[in-house]
Design a protein. Sequence first.
Length: 425
Amino acid sequence: MFYAFKHHALNSVAAAAFLCASAISASAQSQNNNLDKLGNFQKTGVTEIPTVPQTGRKVDAIKANLAKIKLPPGFKISLYALVPDARHIAVGPQGVVTFVGTRKSKVYAVTDRGKAGFAEEVKEFAPSVNFTIPNGVCFSKDGFLFVVEQNRVLNFPAAEFFYESPDIAVAVVVPQGELIPKEDESFNHTARVCRIGPDNKIYISLGQPFNVPAKNKLDGFAKNGIGGIIRMDQDGKNREVYAGGIRNSVGMDFNPKNNQLWFTDNQVDGMGDNIPPGELNRITQPGQNFGFPYFGGGKVRTVEYKADTPPANVVYPEVEMDAHAADLGMVFYNGKSFPAKYRGGIFSAQHGSWNRTDPIGARVMFTSLKPDGSADKTEVFASGWLTPDGEYTGRPVDVATLRDGSLLVSDDLAGALYRITYEEK
């Protein structure tokens, strides 16, 4: 009796596994078919575009929280849009629409048609495409939208003007499973970011998956640019590792004055509340190494690599941020509506700590630059999403400049975009 039951149960499990595998295979095939159809300007059969309501009790709650945000005199913050799981931001070069990535499976298109200072419409972008952690979104100057997922890169050449259709032209820049080796895929540090450089190449950060990796992982990671920043042509050719020794960068931008790439980096956990520092870094030439995993952040050595000799000419951070504040998105402010003090400087978002005795972060920072292009002073610009008793009412992720010079801030906890404006008194 027991044998018969066990045999039947095993057969049932096997059958279920087969059906599940078949369903996954069919789903993957359907997605490949959709990408092929979209690449050939053919319809996929998807007809609906889900939208996000912009009214209700959540709006009232967020506005009440924003009333508690502290800003320098003359600045105001308001709700720009409800965007579920809002992460990195790409403002369309024509000013028509803003795209927002997530760490889940959606990309959103946000439109302020009347230029009223808030979004009238938020809808899913390219609903016929199944995205996997499409955190990284960035535009080329000629209007090509790149979406960098966990392990794929797509290019939507006319996203800003055809986003209102469920089907939109797409090109595969890096096929699924080829951005990093499949065996290195992880659930940790998978949020990519991207920028199009002054050389018209696409730059992509590839966070390594560990707190501190084992030594037998280093050569493979270095070869593929994991724990670094890579660059390639916009069609995916001529890929190379641009910088290494980076733990997990989730924010970068080019200084328009000298074309140097700056990036934030999240540093090693478990070393204490106040070490190691978070980082804001500057790349002055290709091939530089920023010290990880020999350094956990700043000049603090990791326990695991303390006895090992670091690479020669390690580049230390331009700014050491508070430990565990989780520095993420950053942008050089190129607008004109803020006071002169802020023009040409860096706004950066701190997501907030998760493993610190006294939480810290959940704010927007500002770093000014010296005439030689190095960092000058760093100060808190916007704060208040972390209450005195340690509760998060919001967690800033990214910052971006709108064409009118106002600053957008994304928040993946509240699921929102905020807009910061300045009015001289």
